[in-house]
Write a protein that binds this ligand. Structure first.
Ligand code: FAD
Ligand code: SF4
Length: 577
């Protein structure tokens, strides 16, 4: 990997430029360099080297100055970042600070970001479920969004391709709504989760399966993972710190070092991409403008193809800021839809319960994963009768369990030690959080603020995204259905948790704004993620998504990116770009 000493335009010219080094940018870098393209990856944040830049990864609980918690001072200064469940003392250095990267909340929106080499691939929870054909069909079938230009058959081989390389654990469940993948051995469900699974099969005639989540952990590394220098997951469940074993997939442990090995990668951290340069005579993009994060100096870099992978909302920002005579309202924005139809996952609510059985069992060790309830509402068609007919689409849910322990920490010395060594066990507790599909709407949009700029002189992003009535109905259905499902399975003390004031954003699954589609009048990108009107610019992160379905989205971003990158190289070789 080389860092640049830039003086001439020639030295600033590459075959390909990738904006952003997170989950999708890492994949673009791997594929493009793997096909022989000299590729520049521009990353606005600092460099984070695998292992050596994970400062807390081996720390013991007592070594944290604040017992692992965020301080009041930090919370007061960073109310948005503090709301993310994963932002604790051990992972805090990976989260963007509110004041350093302001944005305008036309409606409340908690925008959680990780600006560093690796992006949010260091911070994510690693849930990786495929989409099915029903997810791609849904928007056109049910008439709530434009038709996807691709279907499951287009992407299935690319799911397999990225799964084998990233390493995805899971069970072959044989579910049409959640296709199986190329799985490493699955984690095991707890006895209480197995009980729930069995009860669901009994009471709902196989229509509400509960499975162990598919997740990006090396439960049994294969030769391809060992070649990446990654080893077996040790089930420490401290992944948010960065994993010294490379036990989970991140750009830092996997795709970026793989790309670097080709000798074709130039990674440039601290490089804030300002905009894309469009050349009217050539009728294509020729490069990008970049501001040095520290000196604030602007430099241009050039390439034949550009992949924009700055994560959904930042990709929208870069493209809206890419103004030219040809595209005065942002790159490719002839139809005025750039920044519109932003969607996300309805993550507002959850439920918890207890079971007073299984008293002779407890959990042993830690599992960096949970069970998963695939969507059962409006999957194969829009229901026309019954509760599912009250709203469009549906929800999936995570489902976890643990045996509650009651440790008396009031004593001192030997009393305290004995109490810690012999915790009193309470009932098993379970909890579930909803991941609902939201409907892409023109009224959910992002735009450039007309007056406010950031520290680099770039317009601030204005976010105007909110829940709607469909989301409220879905929340009510989740409460009703999950309460019923837990009740028939013998759970007690069932409590729903919902805060109507909780803003969207904490799902961290933003999608849309630069959606794919068949018709240039109603979409920005074609089936290969190229702008309809600027074919050498590709958008393959969440911004390209036409709809959101309910699955954790990053696996789909990876597969879409690998597919588009391979197409880009083919087109380049044919002289079409
Ligand atoms: C706590 C947490 C849990 C999550 N759990 C899951 C999960 O279980 N499953 C799942 O599928 N997803 C999960 N996600 C979401 C997942 O992390 C994202 O979907 C994924 O990282 C998106 O990949 P990306 O490449 O689009 O963006 P990122 O990984 O965020 O990478 C984008 C990169 O672009 C850089 N960048 C931004 N703007 C610019 C610019 N102007 N110039 C240069 N560089 C720029 C950023 O600094 C960043 O490094 C989770 C996220 C978090 C934070
Ligand atoms: S649980 Fe696995 S992936 Fe997570 S930190 Fe531990 S070894 Fe790494």
């Amino acid at each position: 990997m080389s860092f640049l000493n830039i003086d001439s335009a020639k030295e600033r010219t590459f075959d390909a430029i990738v904006v952003g080094s997170g989950i999708s940018g890492g994949w673009a870098a791997k594929e493009l360099t793997g096909k022989g393209l000299r590729t520049l990856v521009l990353e606005r944040g600092r460099d984070v080297k695998h292992v050596t830049d994970y400062p807390t990864t081996m720390m013991q609980p007592w070594e944290f100055q604040h017992g692992g918690q965020l301080t009041k001072e930090y919370r007061d200064a960073n109310p948005i970042a503090s709301r993310c469940y994963a932002n604790r003392e051990d992972a805090n250095h990976f989260f963007v600070k509110d004041a350093e990267h302001p944005y305008v909340q036309e409606k409340p929106f908690d925008w959680i970001r990780g600006y560093q080499v690796g992006g949010k691939s260091l911070m994510w929870a690693r849930g990786t479920q495929r989409w099915s054909q029903y997810d791609f069909e849904g928007p056109a079938r049910d008439g709530f969004a434009v038709e996807w230009p691709i279907g499951y058959a287009d992407i299935a081989p690319w799911y397999s391709y990225v799964e084998k390389f990233a390493g995805i654990s899971g069970n072959k469940d044989g579910l049409p709504q959640l296709p199986d993948g190329e799985f490493l051995p699955p984690h095991e469900q707890s006895c209480v989760e197995k009980h729930f699974t069995e009860q669901m099969a009994k009471h709902y005639n196989g229509t509400r399966p509960i499975i162990i989540g598919r997740c990006a952990h090396l439960t049994k590394p294969q030769p391809i993972h060992l070649q990446q220098g990654r080893g077996q997951c040790q089930n420490r469940s401290l992944c948010q710190r960065g994993c010294p074993y490379g036990g989970y997939f991140s750009s830092n442990s996997s795709t970026l070092p793989w790309a670097a090995k080709t000798g074709k990668l130039t990674l440039r951290p601290d490089s804030v991409v300002h905009s894309i340069i469009f050349d009217e005579k050539k009728n294509k993009a020729t490069g990008v403008r970049v501001i040095d994060a520290h000196t604030k100096e602007m430099t241009e870099y050039y390439a034949k193809i550009i992949f924009v992978n700055a994560a959904c909302l930042n990709t929208n920002l870069v493209l809206l800021n890419s103004k030219s005579n040809r595209f005065p309202n942002g790159l490719g924005n002839d139809n005025g839809l750039l920044g519109k139809y932003v969607a996300f996952h309805n993550f507002r609510t959850g439920i918890s319960a207890e079971h007073d059985g299984f008293q002779d069992t407890t959990t042993e060790g830690i599992r960096p994963n949970s069970s998963y309830i695939p969507r059962f509402r409006n999957v194969f068609k829009q229901e026309t009768t019954g509760p599912g007919s009250r709203f469009l689409r549906g929800y999936a849910a995570g489902f976890g369990s643990s045996r509650a322990t009651d440790v008396d920490t009031s004593g001192m010395g030997e009393d305290l030690k004995n109490s810690l060594m012999q915790p009193k066990y309470g009932n098993w507790r379970v909890s579930s959080h909803m991941m609902g599909e939201t409907i892409p709407k023109e009224s959910n949009f992002v735009a450039l603020d007309s007056s406010l700029t950031d520290a680099w002189g770039i317009p601030q992003l204005k976010i105007s995204v909110a829940y709607d009535d469909n989301d409220e109905k879905m929340i009510r259905d989740f409460h009703e259905q999950m309460s019923e499902m837990l009740t028939v399975s013998g759970f007690k003390n069932i409590q729903t948790h919902d805060n109507p004031n909780k803003a969207p954003g904490l799902d961290i699954h933003e999608m849309g704004g630069v959606r794919m589609g068949k018709d240039p009048k109603t979409s920005l990108l074609n089936k290969w993620n190229q702008f309809h009107t600027c074919k050498n610019v590709f958008v393959t992160d969440g911004a390209c998504m036409t709809s959101t379905s309910t699955q954790n989205p990053s696996l789909t971003f990876m597969a879409i990116t690998a597919r588009a990158a391979n197409h880009a190289v083919e087109e380049l070789r044919k002289g079409n770009l």
